[in-house]
Ligand binder design. Structure first.
Ligand code: ASP
Length: 425
């Protein structure tokens, strides 16, 4: 059986067993214990083993990618196309989220009793996130992109700083004489291969990791909550689905000259991994491998676009943020004028760039946007219970958007790869 089929099986079985357990036991203490002592730790260990290789992977692929581009001029051109594509896709997806919320208006129908109950239930978690949101997006974020200490930046998972340092190594490699650059290039190349080998091992047990992650989410999930928030959840998921299955295909066809069905077929393992991990970072190793082996995108392009994308390009997150701000504004009776909604679009795009590619990474930043447009930040409590489900869906979009951008860049570079269909396993 192919790896992606096994992972899909893990996903479906995890969801089926989890939902059944939830319905039978009502997510009682026994289920809570099973999840917190067995399935959640196993899922977390698997997730950590993927995230463990992200820093060495970014350092090796990004610096080699930049060095492989050969000149600052080419780097500038590719950098520009990449950033324009990231910003364009993110702005479009946010606009779609806002449009749907304006048309469907699920916030107006929410029962005030449900609202009060949810805010009470998720008060603790909200306060935790509130602490993080204070310094989530400020000028310091920009300053920190240039690390004083790259090792410390890597240790604290400061991705933008790691990216910056890796870019600088790549640029420097193109500036020094070949005989001086060669040892470092071989070292980075070897490091890249080592990370790929580790990922190969970790992905072998992906079906078990995915089963445990999905079981933990569904066994504990408040399905009663879902009923109350169904309109909101369906609106966000519809927005994500439209962008994924209509928006991207249009762009793929018109800009990248890719057949969308063929594209989705080739990247299905990436979509499944993103959906089950809810983490762009944890998916990055699979994204990179798929880009090269299944889409045939040259290593230097994928090596540049994808690590940047995993941190900066979050189309699904921005759609979710825009839609949620509007939903909560409706719930709290805050009227957002067209210009306020424009602020929401801009802020969602900016905060999506600053969002960490981990489960729930966008919540602190989302709270900040809420505060900016005058919607009570504590309102986030209303959606926290269904966030994991939405996170799974939006992360799928986030990583698909990175690969779409990689095809756009490849196209602008005159490369239209059509390798034989290979499953990366
Ligand atoms: N989980 C998302 C990601 O890793 C970030 C978020 O929207 O919370 O891409």
């Amino acid at each position: 059986m192919k790896l992606h089929t096994k992972i899909l099986l893990g996903l479906v079985c995890g969801a089926a067993v989890g939902v059944t357990t939830n319905l039978v036991t009502g997510a009682g203490p026994g289920t809570q214990r099973l999840v917190s002592l067995l399935t959640e730790p196993i899922g977390k260990i698997w997730l950590s083993s993927l995230i463990m290789v992200v820093i060495p992977l970014i350092v090796s692929t990004l610096s080699l990618g930049v060095a492989g581009l050969g000149s600052l001029r080419r780097l500038g051109r590719i950098g520009l196309i990449t950033i324009v594509s990231f910003l364009g896709l993110t702005a479009l997806s946010t606009a779609l989220g806002l449009l749907l919320m304006n048309v469907i208006r699920p916030g107006h129908g929410l029962d005030p009793a449900v609202k009060t109950q949810l805010m009470e239930t998720y008060k603790g978690q909200t306060e935790g996130a509130m602490g993080l949101s204070g310094n989530a997006l400020n000028i310091d974020l920009l300053v920190r992109i240039v690390p004083r200490n790259p090792v410390q930046a890597a240790a604290s998972g400061d991705m933008l700083a790691v990216i910056f340092f890796s870019l600088m190594i790549g640029v420097a490699l193109t500036l020094i004489p070949t005989e001086k650059a060669t040892p470092m290039i071989s070292f980075l190349d070897s490091l890249g291969h080592i990370t790929v080998a580790i990922i190969g091992l970790v992905m072998k047990v992906a079906p078990i990791g995915v089963f445990c992650l999905i079981f933990s989410v569904t066994a504990r999930f408040g399905f009663a909550l879902l009923v109350n928030l169904l309109q909101y959840v369906l609106t966000v998921v519809a927005g994500l689905a439209i962008f994924q299955f209509v928006g991207y295909p249009v762009i793929l066809t018109l800009v990248s000259c890719w057949n969308a069905l063929d594209f989705f077929r080739r990247i299905r393992i990436v979509m499944i991994t993103a959906f089950s991990t809810s983490s762009s970072n944890a998916t990055l190793p699979t994204t990179m491998r798929t880009s090269e082996e299944s889409l045939g995108i040259p290593r230097e392009i994928g090596g540049f676009v994808l690590p940047l994308g995993a941190t900066m390009n979050m189309n699904g997150t921005a759609l979710f943020e825009g839609a949620t701000v509007l939903f909560l504004a409706q719930v709290f009776g805050v009227h957002l004028t067209l210009s306020a909604q424009l602020v929401v679009v801009v802020m969602s795009v900016l905060t999506a760039i600053g969002t960490a590619g981990i489960p729930g990474g966008s919540i602190p930043l989302l709270m900040m946007v809420l505060g900016m447009v005058g919607v009570p930040m504590e309102g986030i409590a209303i959606i926290l219970g269904v966030d994991r489900l939405l996170d799974m869906c939006r992360t799928t979009l986030n990583v698909t958007g990175d690969l779409v951008t990689a095809t756009i860049v490849a196209r602008f570079e005159g490369i239209t790869p059509r390798p034989a269909l290979v499953d990366p396993e």
